[in-house]
Design a protein around this ligand. Structure first.
Ligand SMILES: [Zn+2]
Length: 302
């Protein structure tokens, strides 16, 4: 098969699973669980992974973490890890969507807390379940191994507990205040996410093919927090954000800004944050194309 035929196959697989990805996302959004308490979320993910024809599904990593393995039919030593975080936040869901969360965790340390997916992990998880089902169609053509990593506790485990990417590896921001002052104490020491030039250069052709060249935009450095840095620092990789709200990019600052007539913007971790379903298909395709391109040696830093 030519690369073009494989991309077409991946895109068709992604399109076939697109409606399900939206349904999974809504289901996950309705039933969020806080860091290190993701037992039902993990069971939901595992059920789907086990229904796919994967080589291995390992559960219970660093609490409720999951790693699924797809070995390609063409041998090869290269490996790609696609990762999603699965935990939710102690934030009320004021998104107004009909699948909004009404969940309250009464037992969490320091709680009770309202719980919601105000950081898009419902989308990340649904897209990665979707992506895990896409390359099985071209398994014979895959030179290497794809690993699908579902990581708990990205938002940080409760005080006194271990968890997150660091813990997953071990086993196998400052607050933005609105008219108030705050002191921040770092309970979990997480390195910054670095998108290095060599990885970005290597990945740009893939991103541009999937999303369209005019849709791929470099952004300025931000103080966002994501413990995917634990993985990227060790193995190399990239961190990408998908535009999921009614926003454009301010050409002066490189930051997203609301577009006129849209439903407005809310930052993640805000009770009003809510992602559109539309970009989920792009996310699934991005996962699948990045996986194939990396395994076949097309997406590799020089
Ligand atoms: Zn977050």
């Amino acid at each position: 098969m030519t690369a073009a035929a494989i991309y077409a196959e991946l895109d068709s697989g992604a399109t076939q699973v697109a409606d399900q990805v939206v349904q999974w996302r809504h289901q996950l959004h309705r039933h969020p669980e806080l860091s290190n308490r993701e037992s039902n979320t993990a069971a939901f993910i595992t059920d789907h992974l086990r229904s796919l024809n994967l080589d291995e599904v390992r559960t219970g990593i660093a609490g409720h973490g999951i790693a699924a393995v797809l070995r390609g039919g063409m041998g090869g030593d290269r490996m790609i890890a696609l990762r999603a975080d699965i935990d939710a936040l102690p934030v009320r869901d004021l998104s107004g969507v009909d699948f909004a969360s009404k969940v309250v965790d009464n037992d969490y340390p320091g709680g009770p807390f309202p719980v919601s997916h105000a950081c898009g992990h419902d989308c990340h998880t649904a897209m990665l379940i979707g992506a895990a089902s896409v390359p099985t169609g071209v398994r014979d053509q895959l030179p290497g191994t794809a690993l699908f990593v579902f990581q708990p506790a990205e938002e940080g485990p409760p005080v006194g507990e271990e968890g997150g990417a660091k813990q997953m590896l071990a086993e196998g921001a400052p607050a933005q205040a609105y008219n108030c002052s705050a002191t921040a104490e770092y309970r979990q020491d997480v390195p910054a996410v670095h998108n290095t030039e060599e990885w970005i250069t290597a990945a740009l052709p893939t991103f541009q093919r999937v999303a369209g060249a005019d849709k791929v935009i470099p952004t300025i450095p931000t103080l966002g927090y994501d413990d995917v840095s634990e993985l990227v620092d060790k193995f190399g990789g990239r961190y990408v954000t998908l535009g999921v709200q009614d926003s454009g990019v301010d050409p002066k600052t490189g930051m997203p800004v609301p577009i006129p007539g849209g439903r407005g913007m809310a930052m993640n971790h805000n009770p009003h944050f809510c992602a559109d379903d539309g970009p989920l298909l792009t996310g699934v395709r991005l996962h699948a194309h990045v996986a194939y391109d990396h395994l076949s040696g097309l997406l590799v830093p020089k």
